[in-house]
Design a protein around this ligand. Structure first.
Ligand code: WTA
Length: 643
């Protein structure tokens, strides 16, 4: 035990002192072997067979890693993800165990045992097959967090079809772009959803998206709102199909380990979202292994991950990881503060949740509302807490540890990305001490480095770019670059700034470039800018993210109207509407600043770093490289008056 740590690990430690995992946790943790990192390093890449062992394979793989053919993991092996997440638990005598529990926005609850899940996945797979869906086809979903969403994902996986889950907060245009890009001819959506108790239409957006794509789309609809609306000839009801095909079974189609399981779109460096493809074998192995080693899940555990299933965190740690291990996953529709600010804690108590995984921005909201809300509930079922998506500042970490962990649960600060499929940097909760503010060392089998501008490693504690130096099984197809043939020549630049301490712990410092994390969601500034300049009367736009005191990000859009655009106030609303239409309301800028010009270099490059400083209220001194230095003072006073 480190000094200043009591036997429960309560955070009485002085700032910066590592906190050992509580002894009560270590006593029953899944991983307690302190030499695991060394053991993986000695056997790399064969060490990753340990992850593959969490799965049932229909035929064994020939090699763990085949670098000759573009880094194929578990090549030659075949498996089915739906079999691994459903059937094998039923076969193991766990059919009456809860697989999925759902809490709806209006207080409804639904539980699916593994047997229920088996029946519905099979019925839907039979229905999809009858409608022509085959292995390799792309099926798109567009719905909020309903049990039907994981059922659809697993039904696709059963057939070997590739799912493309589109977050329900995305606009019709964003859905259309994804449908067109994948050429998907099957869409599962729902009539609407509730948010803060109010019904919102989703079908209209789905209709509009389908009008906008070249292919014809077979549409299945879930009745969420339970009103008397009829859906018209273009739609078949999900419930009708599941009834019709109830009792049918579909043999899980064996897939090559390297066959795609799903595609997910994320913000990249350009104005267009990019498609990320994840494989069946490598991805599933990585999420199952990290759910075991980092989230410490085991069969019978109840897991609550507050992410929407539409994001990668939901794919990996609401659906595939927990279900691959035979745990119970809790889905909730809605927001943490509706109907009350203790809503999530009520869910934890009612379901006796063992492991809770959320984003730092959610914890910061709880911290702002006050400890009285968690205090209303018995949270003693919790064994482990996790965070993902943004850096956790020390104050937030400590609040989480004191008020939610009660000093008795370790916290894992897990770093990863849509592209990596699963967690890559984190403490092993039964092994490593926690250092608030630092995620941890790379997981066993993972190698990372922090590079300076010249491409060489920086000294301990210095900031640079986080680069992964070895491929991992869960990584997206085609990720990274090779300068030679050996795995040692492989590199992936993550786009995150970071520093590594002398202790080997990685401290994340935020995104480099033009991707942003806002409230746990990844946004591309280029995508938002593209939407804004599409508004009539607007010449140019630059969007930056600005961190608040506790690292919450606010979006600032600096917008230059055309000279003859007239008054700017109607434009402000149009800017927000344009972003809502192109991407979704959640991406609309917090502050819109109209300016006659943007600070630019002599070669015409917009200097976003200046724009960030101005939004931050900080002085900009290095205006030497600007072609229009006078704009800085002007912008400072405009920002002063609008924010
Ligand atoms: C950020 C979400 C600090 C990071 C899984 C990364 C984090 C981006 C952490 C990926 C963490 C994720 N600490 N920052 N523990 N985890 N990030 O693709 O900037 O939506 O590159 O995947 O979130 O966001 P994405």
């Amino acid at each position: 035990m480190n000094e200043g740590t009591s036997s429960t690990g309560r955070s009485s430690a002085a700032d910066g002192t590592p906190i050992d995992p509580p002894a009560s946790f270590v006593a029953r943790a899944n991983v307690t072997d302190g030499s695991l990192r060394d053991a993986f390093a000695e056997r790399w890449p064969e060490c990753w067979d340990r992850a593959a062992d969490f799965l049932d394979w229909t035929s064994p793989y020939d090699r763990v890693l085949d670098a000759a053919n573009g880094y194929d993991w578990f090549a030659g092996g075949t498996l089915n993800a739906s079999y691994n997440c459903v059937d094998r638990h039923v076969e193991a005598g766990r059919k009456s165990h809860a697989a999925l529990k759902w809490e709806g926005c209006l207080g409804e609850t639904r539980t699916y045992t593994y047997h229920d899940l088996y029946r519905e996945v099979n019925a839907l797979a039979a229905a999809l097959r009858a409608r022509g869906v085959e292995a390799g086809d792309v099926v798109t979903t567009y719905m909020p967090v309903l049990p039907e969403l994981p059922v659809t994902m697993l039904a696709c996986a059963r057939l070997g079809a590739v799912h493309s889950v589109v977050f329900a907060g995305y606009s019709a245009d964003a859905l259309a772009m994804r449908l067109a890009d994948t050429g998907s001819t099957c869409l599962l959506t729902c009539d609407g959803y509730y948010r803060r108790g109010t019904a919102h239409d989703l079908k209209r957006k789905a209709d509009n998206a389908c009008l906008d794509v070249p292919q014809s789309v077979d549409r299945l609809i879930v009745d969420r709102l339970d009103d008397d609306r009829t859906y018209g000839d273009n739609y078949v009801e999900y419930a009708t199909l599941v009834d019709e095909y109830g009792g049918e079974t579909v043999d899980p189609v064996p897939r090559e380990a390297t066959d795609p399981l799903f595609v997910i779109y994320t913000s990249g460096t350009t104005g267009r979202p990019k498609a990320v493809r994840h494989t069946t074998g490598g991805y599933l192995a990585q999420v199952a292994w990290t759910s075991h080693a980092v989230l410490d899940l085991e069969p019978g555990d109840t897991h609550l991950c507050s992410a929407d299933v539409g994001w990668i965190t939901g794919h990996s740690y609401v659906v595939y990881g927990p279900l691959a291990l035979g745990a119970t996953t809790v889905l909730y529709e809605g927001t943490p503060d509706y109907p009350e600010r203790d809503h999530l804690w009520g869910i934890v108590e009612r379901n006796a949740v063992d492991v809770f995984y959320t984003a730092p921005s959610v914890i910061r909201a709880f911290m702002k509302w006050g400890a009285e809300y968690p205090e209303r509930h018995d949270l003693s079922s919790l064994r482990l807490l996790g965070t993902v998506g943004e850096p956790v500042d020390e104050t937030t970490w400590r609040w989480y540890y004191d008020h939610i962990a009660n000093g008795e649960c370790p916290i894992v600060d897990t770093w990863w990305q849509t592209e990596t499929g699963g967690i890559l940097v984190s403490t092993l909760p039964g092994v490593d001490p926690m250092r608030p503010g630092a995620a941890g060392p790379p997981l066993p089998g993972v190698s990372a480095d922090v590079l300076g501008p010249r491409g060489t490693s920086v000294d301990a504690g210095e900031a640079g770019s986080l680069v992964l130096t070895r491929p991992c099984p869960g990584m997206a197809v085609g990720l990274g670059e090779s300068t030679g043939e050996a795995p040692a020549d492989w590199r992936y630049v993550t786009g995150d700034a970071a520093a590594v301490g002398a202790d080997g712990y990685i401290r994340l410092l935020g995104r480099e470039g033009n991707a942003l994390n806002v409230a746990g969601r990844r946004l591309g500034t280029r995508e938002i800018e593209a939407a804004i300049v599409g508004v009539e009367g607007i010449a140019e736009a630059a969007v930056v993210g600005v961190e608040g005191p506790q690292r919450d990000t606010a979006l600032y859009a600096y917008v230059t109207p055309q000279r003859d655009a007239g008054p700017v106030s109607p434009l402000r609303e149009r800017v927000r509407e344009a972003v809502a239409a192109a991407i979704g309301g959640f991406a609309a800028p917090d502050v819109v600043v109209f300016t006659p010009d943007l600070p630019k270099t002599r070669s015409g490059k917009v200097l976003r770093r200046h724009l960030r400083r101005i939004a931050d209220g900080e002085a900009v001194s290095d205006t030497g490289s600007l072609r229009n230095p006078e704009i800085v003072g002007e912008l400072e006073s405009i920002v002063d008056s609008v924010s």
